[in-house]
Design a protein. Structure first.
Length: 182
């Protein structure tokens, strides 16, 4: 979906991530001319960019830049990000949402590494302590009743994270995602 020229407003949360591509010839002439474009495929985006440039108030306009973006879970895009990168990130975020954005940031902006991390996904828990307790109990280790209340599950989870055994990402109240480190 594209918006009319000079329209600049955010998408609703249920729409696909999109970018605002501006005509640089118009921009340098003091005119805002651009188009919101859904991050679907690189070819479709390029087609929309060509149409936007053809409708530019500056004849022969050829250059563009990404001046805004919406629906990318707070991830910053370069104004010269490739359309392949934009679409790959949009697909990844469409599948994994804010958790995907946190992984993307954790791995330094690598969609491939963030995607690979899901191979080691341990699950969603209310707390990291809940994960640690479940992990220990699933090993079949019997904990004597007299020691039960002395175990600090939160400390165990913290130590596992500090030792690099697990990655923890909180995406909401009572919503912690755990990944085994690779």
């Amino acid at each position: 979906m594209t918006e009319p020229t000079n329209t600049h407003f955010p998408a609703s949360p249920n729409e696909r991530p999109r970018i605002y591509v501006a005509c640089l010839a118009a921009y340098n002439s003091g005119v805002l001319h651009g188009r919101w474009i859904d991050a679907t495929t690189p070819d479709e985006i390029m087609g929309e960019v060509r149409a936007m440039l053809a409708a530019s108030p500056v004849p022969g306009a050829e250059e563009w830049a990404l001046h805004d973006h919406d629906g990318f879970e707070g991830i910053s895009l370069s104004e010269y990000a490739s359309f392949e990168t934009v679409c790959d990130l949009a697909d990844f975020l469409g599948e994994h949402g804010s958790l995907g954005a946190k992984l993307f940031d954790h791995f330094g902006g690598s969609v491939d590494e963030a995607r690979a991390a899901f191979e080691e996904y341990a699950g969603q828990y209310h707390t990291a302590a809940e994960f640690a307790e479940e992990m220990v109990r699933e090993t079949g280790t019997e904990i004597p009743a007299s020691l039960e209340y002395y175990i600090d599950w939160q400390a165990l989870a913290r130590d596992m994270a500090l030792n690099g055994e697990i990655l923890l990402f909180q995406t909401g109240f009572d919503e912690v995602h755990v990944f085994w480190s690779r």
